[in-house]
Design a protein around this ligand. Structure first.
Ligand code: NOJ
Length: 562
């Protein structure tokens, strides 16, 4: 399992980067209005530096009505005034670059918001106009066009077609406030290449492409119904009317030319919930660079599940030349410290639906496993994407229903609970107003126990999750010499692998202790779990078999393997 860059041009900074996701409205609030902002990020930039990340990905900061957490963009080349200004954005780019940290921003090309000037122009200009052709408008069915063009449901629960006052209908795969662009219109394509250049010229290093498996569509005169749409066997691979179409690659080929205008080229990572096999297309030469692999995030706490995902990911990496990406948490899923601590029948969706009643959440087990999973992922070749707050071991928050913001909750009548629980503003101090998030409140309610996870307390604690992350990131830089690894056979309940230079990572998923291979322990997710050559349950250790590396490693972590 060797992942080799396919050409020197592809041996780029992002291949082995640790990227930290900032959800800006919930990271830090500089002006005390309860909403995180650029001033807050600038004030906490030292946290990112001390953590040791290579890059930061910032979720949307554009002007927005916040129907979908900012993924409803009013203007692609401006900043939401609640978050800051373009001048502050420049300061942020500069401040990060000064510290050797790259910046990736979120690009949302499948849809804009309904407040975007182009959508407003489309509404004003009327049927058949070039303005309307920027989006997907259709006449309705029925005698007076009173029925939607098709019975499709959006991913947010509502019907996917909404009628406008002149009688036509527009398509939105998410909320009705997020109209889909018409990517068969060259003007839309030109517009987005200008957006790429706008941010490239401002110094960003890359883009996270939202819904990268959307964009192009095949909307024939006769639209299929929802049942036909859902029937995968009814569509040739790559020719589904809405999703993961082969022709979306023509968009990325055009973008690649823009990326390559920069030195080093801009990078792009695709958010595409597609099968592992189809993911290849998004990282092929001439397309984007990486695609998120969500398989580990979806895997249960189980050695064989983890082993399978790792093996498949490297198989894919060998075929594509693009390194795997490792993601355990994000702004869209229940935090991994909670997922791994759910005891009894059911999964995180059952837990959410029962408002935390079933399965039972065992925070201690969850945190142990989360720390172990993180060390495992950080030892693998490829890029690791961390989500803000996971470095504190934060569990998911059960936000009271009446304070939820996610449209998934409101538009699906509470049948799905939504994603607010991982978006609660971070605790920076053990007490004080909004636990140091800002001088005012917090836009989503923080629970009383949040202070236990605060940055300031953890900074002082050598056994804290924050200390573990800092050590792991520093060590990774020292130990990582090549993009390859070999899986070790250490028993069914164990995932172990070796990197060149004698760096070994071992995770015990079993209930009983397991023997460790020979080597010096340089980091452990749980110091207590390492005893007399054995590794206890729910823990990962990093060992090194090379004396020189061991010495370098102990200098990095100060000789304390906890
Ligand atoms: C994926 C984003 O991660 C999610 O938060 C958003 O709701 C959808 N795309 C729609 O933009």
């Amino acid at each position: 399992m060797t992942v080799t860059p396919s050409s020197p041009a592809r041996a780029a900074w992002w291949r082995q980067a640790v990227v930290y996701q900032v959800y800006p409205r919930s990271f830090a609030d500089g002006n005390g209005d309860g909403v995180g902002d650029f001033a807050g990020i600038l004030g906490r930039i030292g946290h990112l530096e001390a953590l040791g990340v290579d890059a930061v990905w910032i979720s949307p900061f554009y002007p927005s009505a916040l129907v979908d957490g900012g993924y409803d963009v009013d203007d692609y080349t401006d900043i939401d005034p609640r978050i800051g200004t373009l001048e502050q954005f420049d300061l942020l780019v500069h401040g990060l670059h000064e510290r050797g940290i790259r910046l990736i921003i979120d690009l949302v090309p499948n849809h804009s918001s309904n407040r975007h000037a182009r959508f407003q122009a489309a509404l004003a200009a009327g049927p058949g106009s070039p303005e309307r052709d920027w989006y997907v408008f259709r006449d309705g069915r029925g005698e007076h066009g009173e029925l939607p063009p098709a019975d499709w449901r959006s991913l947010m629960g509502e019907p996917a077609w909404t009628r406008v006052p002149d009688g036509q209908w527009y398509l939105h795969l998410f909320t009705s406030e997020q109209p889909d662009f018409n990517w068969s219109n060259p003007a839309v394509r030109d517009f987005f290449t200008q957006v790429l250049r706008f941010w490239g010229d401002r110094g960003v290093d890359g883009f996270r492409v939202d819904v990268a498996n959307g964009l192009t569509k095949r909307l024939d005169a006769d639209l299929p119904n929802q049942e036909q749409l859902d029937d995968a066997s009814a569509h040739a691979v790559g020719d589904h009317p809405l999703w993961d179409r082969d022709d979306v690659q023509s968009v990325y080929r055009q973008w690649r030319r823009v990326f390559d205008e920069y030195d080093p080229p801009l990078m792009a990572v695709a958010e595409a919930w597609v099968s592992a096999d189809r993911r290849l297309r998004y990282t092929a030469p001439g397309s984007l660079d990486q695609a998120f692999g969500f398989d580990l995030l979806r895997a249960p706490w189980d050695a064989s599940a983890f082993r399978r995902v790792i093996a498949e990911s490297y198989d894919l990496a060998d075929r594509s030349g693009a390194p795997p990406t490792w993601v355990l948490s994000s702004h869209d899923v229940v935090r991994h410290a909670t997922r791994y601590g759910l005891v009894g029948a059911g999964d995180e969706n059952d837990w959410l639906r029962s408002r935390g009643a079933q399965p039972i959440e065992d925070r201690e087990v969850g945190l142990r496993r989360a720390r172990a999973a993180t060390l495992l992922a950080l030892a693998l070749p490829g890029s690791a994407y961390l989500y803000q707050g996971e470095e504190l071991g934060l569990p998911e928050v059960m936000v009271p229903d009446d304070q939820r913001q996610d449209p998934v909750f409101w538009r699906k009548d509470g049948l799905e609970v939504g994603r607010d629980g991982c978006r609660v503003p971070l605790p920076w101090t053990t007490d004080g107003t909004s636990f140091g998030f800002g001088a005012g409140g917090a836009h989503l309610p923080q629970p009383s126990w949040f202070g236990e996870y605060a940055v300031d307390g953890q900074e002082r604690d050598p056994a804290s999750t924050l200390t573990l992350y800092r050590r792991a990131l520093r060590l990774r830089r020292v130990l990582q010499v090549a993009e390859s690894m070999r899986l070790l056979d250490l028993g069914n309940g164990v995932v172990g692998f070796e990197r060149p230079g004698g760096w070994i990572s071992v995770t015990n998923f079993d209930e009983a202790p397991v023997p460790l291979p020979r080597g010096e322990v340089v980091l452990a997710s749980d110091a207590e779990a390492v005893r007399a050559g054995l590794l206890g349950p729910n823990a990962t250790v990093w060992l090194t078999q090379n004396g020189v590396q061991a010495a370098a490693a102990s200098r990095v972590v100060g000789g304390d393997p906890s």
